[in-house]
Design a protein around this ligand. Structure first.
Ligand SMILES: CC(C)(COP(=O)(O)OP(=O)(O)OC[C@H]1O[C@@H](n2cnc3c(N)ncnc32)[C@H](O)[C@@H]1OP(=O)(O)O)[C@@H](O)C(=O)NCCC(=O)NCCS
Length: 212
């Protein structure tokens, strides 16, 4: 059945979807180190720690996308960090209720539902939260699944610059850029993915309405 984007509903995550989230994670990250996947224990902790930061995209009640975030203060002079430490192994117990940035713990759309604006809707929910809380913006470590095809000919910095300029397209970085992120640097050994690589880009979206 063809669905129009109006059929997509974004809600705050509830525990009843924990099993569906576990399945979605495996479908979206088939080659990621499985210890980094979000499971029920993490969902329960995330909802307890920062419920407003957890979102699901549903079509007819079925989970087709998810976004998970926490609040942190970020030191941009030292951008090297790991995914695991930034999200406290998925439990987000390092969430700082006074943190000035929204940090992306996850953004994923079911493979059969990609390129229909679902991630953009979830990013819109994040941006609305950022504006409501008057945060500085959002930060993430963005995977670059397309880099492996160019690794022999250019550095990750050059690749990110070419994707930013629209000269190359990356399945993950391009949607992030379309949603307003800019690349601020690269993060080495951010996570472990046997196929897609371990390095990532440091991506930042500045809240245009931030009142300092
Ligand atoms: C990255 C991901 C979340 C994007 O989800 P999505 O729902 O397909 O994204 P959207 O449909 O909202 O696309 C947003 C924009 O990016 C573009 N885009 C999406 N995928 C693209 C691709 N593979 N190549 C080029 N552009 C792409 C869309 O055309 C759209 O552009 P527009 O605003 O000009 O119309 C999804 O591909 C995914 O789950 N990937 C695997 C998990 C992952 O890597 N998550 C991020 C970890 S850092």
């Amino acid at each position: 059945m063809n669905h129009h984007m109006n059929d997509v509903v974004v809600i705050e995550t509830t525990k009843q979807y924990a099993d569906a989230i576990e399945v979605l994670q495996r479908q979206c990250y088939p080659t990621l180190d499985p210890t980094l996947l979000i499971r029920r224990v993490h969902v329960e902790s995330q909802i307890a720690v920062f419920p407003e930061g957890q979102h699901l995209a549903l079509i007819d009640g079925v989970v087709v996308g998810m976004s998970s975030t926490l609040r942190l203060n970020i030191d941009f002079s030292d951008s090297q960090h790991t995914f695991e430490e930034m999200i406290a192994g998925g439990y987000i117990t390092n969430h700082d209720p006074q943190g000035e940035w929204l940090y992306g713990a996850d953004m994923s759309t079911h493979p059969d539902y990609r390129r229909r604006g679902i991630a953009s809707k979830l990013y819109d929910a994040r941006k609305a939260l950022i504006k409501r809380l008057n945060l500085r913006g959002m930060v993430g470590g963005g995977m670059v699944p397309g880099y492996r095809f160019h690794k022999h000919e250019m550095s990750l910095e050059t690749y990110a610059a070419k994707v930013s300029a629209g000269e190359l397209h990356d399945p993950t970085l391009t949607p992030q850029l379309k949603n307003g992120y800019v690349v601020r640097g690269v993060i080495y050994n951010y996570l472990q993915d046997a196929l897609l690589g371990n390095d990532a880009t440091l991506i930042v979206w500045d809240n245009p309405d931030y009142q300092g």
